[in-house]
Design a protein around this ligand. Structure first.
Ligand code: FAD
Length: 561
């Protein structure tokens, strides 16, 4: 076989959060040689931000950070360290239903619904509570889970229509193990009390806040994280596009013809696309069992002061069919830098009702903006050609904008892989596919790399990369991949960007180097999950204890084979 152009121990494909997590960890460990590549010039993947010609910013839908991991916090704090790098916001979120705004979560605010809907919801919740006392089996699918948790009333009014709009798949075709912490079950007594007393529970709990980058949108975080990596180990842009993965030869071919050989591959490419690059018929057939939906992101920039009725709302849910979108984010509320300054003169492109503006002469702002998300799948097609028009009409229908509002900028982009569907078939496929890849030294990780939505947010994705690197280096159990409920149910504080053991190890390694010994890590010994002579621990508790100890006691005296 011809020698490769580049040789590394660990190759990371993709510079979205997962790939950057892997690269950060490999850089911190400073053991095996590594490189990260991406076909995009700008890192960030699905967590990137676009800018319209008029100067409005849009993320790939509403991206809010709810970190479960200290290590993730460390890395983004290192990248954007100053207080002025961030804005902190109160989570203010509503559901648009029956022509009114009901604070989210809806199940806690049933008292605000019209009389007959209140009755339906309370009726259903009581039925569900009674049924729960005698139920002996687990719900078979997401739909059954909804009915058992919330009852038929809330299922019909909100959960079924809303979830179909989000997932583009009926709730009966989805499993429910993924839910874990995500959906709050209503407290029947509180709900009934609020209905009788005509009170609402309000929005979230106290201190429900989130932070958002002051500049460059969510994508700004990942550009900044990528900037903390050594440039010579990154290859971004057209020249970083993978066209072929030769699993047996441990070699990747890039579009320009260059080849990179690796011992271990961490890939964050959607796994169904990865297996196509591998030209592995068995795995291609297997991956066909996975389902995903596409996401359309629509942005609308409007001239004028932000209206009172919008106020400081962050994101809003739309279960009804008076608009194509399931969620709207008031993106201009997240940072004043998400839209042009007031003094910037922009022409009116159209009036919201579709009529022509009286003048196309550029005029000053102020400006505000809305970002919308619309799902698409074979089960929920989208009229793409008219989507902008339908969305703007939907904004009028839901009282988000007025028919005479001046639209100064629009944005529409379709992301083919948007949501990895927790379908009924998903686990069966993943349990076969991921180990088969790993047996070939391929770690397929990330939102679409490992296809688990419940650990598919930015913090999870980043840690999937970090943990894959740790597994390669020292065999540590990948908790996020294997125990989603566990990591989602606790604060994961064991790993830190600067660790006591790291400081200590660097000193020890320096001494070893001075004595002429080679640096670090036996990748092969970890191939079968064997570290320090012990096999991977199967149970959750033992897995947790192993991770914390392994991250403090890395091997440091063997050479890379
Ligand atoms: C609509 C939407 C809303 C979201 N909301 C939130 C939220 O509120 N909070 C949150 O934390 N997360 C949110 N997320 C999730 C977040 O975007 C993901 O967690 C994250 O982007 C996944 O990172 P990743 O690295 O696994 O994959 P990606 O971001 O998809 O990165 C994969 C990378 O691989 C590269 N690549 C693909 N093919 C090749 C190839 N052949 N050669 C070279 N490179 C290649 C791509 O260019 C890309 O950069 C949301 C996602 C979507 C789509």
């Amino acid at each position: 076989m011809a020698p490769a152009d580049i040789n590394v121990d660990v190759l990371v494909i993709g510079a979205g959060p997962t790939g950057l997590g892997a690269a950060k960890r490999l850089n911190q460990i400073d053991g095996p040689s590594w490189m990260i590549i991406d076909c995009n010039e700008t890192p960030g993947g699905l967590a990137s931000t676009d800018v319209t010609p008029e100067g409005f910013l849009y993320d790939v839908g509403g991206h809010v950070i709810f970190s479960h991991y200290k290590y993730f916090d460390d890395c983004i704090d290192e990248a954007l360290p100053k207080a002025e790098d961030w804005y902190t916001h109160q989570r203010i979120s509503y559901v648009r239903i029956k022509n009114q705004w009901v604070p989210y979560p809806l199940q806690n605010n049933v008292s605000m619904l019209p009389q007959e809907d209140k009755l339906r919801c309370v009726d259903g919740m009581i039925d569900a509570a009674i049924a729960a006392r005698t139920a002996t089996t687990k719900p078979a699918d997401f739909d059954e889970w909804i009915v058992r948790m919330m009852g038929e009333g809330l299922a019909d009014i909100f959960m079924r229509p809303y979830n179909f709009k989000v997932w583009a798949v009926p709730t009966t075709k989805m499993q429910c193990q993924w839910l874990g912490e995500r959906v709050a079950a209503p407290d029947v007594k509180t709900c009934v009390r609020n209905v009788i007393l005509n009170k609402s529970a309000g929005n979230w709990g106290p201190n429900a806040t989130f932070r958002f980058p002051a500049r460059d949108g969510t994508g700004g975080i990942w550009i900044a994280v990528a900037n903390t990596l050594p440039k010579e180990k990154t290859l971004f842009g057209k020249q970083g596009e993978v066209s072929k993965v030769d699993a047996d030869g441990h070699k990747v071919t890039l579009k320009g013809g260059k080849t990179i050989s690796y011992k271990k591959l961490i890939t964050t490419v959607a796994v169904d696309q990865l297996v196509e690059h591998m030209e592995d018929q068995e795995l291609i057939t297997l991956s066909k069992g996975l389902f995903y939906s596409s996401t359309h992101v629509i942005g609308v920039g409007i001239r004028g002061e932000r209206p009172e009725r919008i106020g400081d709302k962050c994101w809003l849910y739309f279960p009804e069919d008076d608009c194509p979108f399931y969620r709207a984010t008031i993106f201009s509320n997240y940072s004043p830098n998400n839209q042009p300054e007031k003094s910037v003169k922009l022409a009116t492109q159209s009036i919201a009702d579709g009529s022509k503006p009286k003048s196309t002469e550029p005029q000053e702002g102020p400006y505000w903006s809305i970002m919308l998300e619309i799902s698409e799948s074979s089960m929920k097609p989208v009229d793409q050609a008219n989507l902008m028009r339908d969305s703007i009409q939907g904004l009028i229908n839901t009282d988000m904008i007025k028919p005479d509002d001046e639209i100064v900028s629009t944005y529409h982009r379709r992301f083919d892989h948007g949501y990895p569907t927790p379908s009924l078939e998903r686990e069966g496929v993943l349990k076969e596919l991921l180990p088969k890849l790993q047996a070939k030294d391929i770690y397929s990780r990330g939102r679409f790399g490992s296809w688990r939505y419940e650990v598919g947010n930015q913090d999870h994705s980043f840690m999937l990369g970090v943990e894959a690197a740790d597994n390669i280096v020292n065999g540590a159990v990948e908790l996020t991949l294997n125990y989603p409920d566990f990591v989602n149910g606790r604060q994961n504080t064991e790993r830190r960007l600067v660790e006591g053991s790291q400081v200590f190890r660097n000193k020890a390694t320096d001494k070893a180097d001075a004595a002429g010994a080679a640096k670090v890590i036996d990748i092969e010994a970890n191939k079968a999950g064997i570290t320090n002579g012990t096999k991977e621990l199967p149970t959750r508790d033992r897995a947790a204890s192993k991770t914390s100890s392994s991250s403090h006691a890395r091997k440091s005296s063997k050479s890379v084979k």
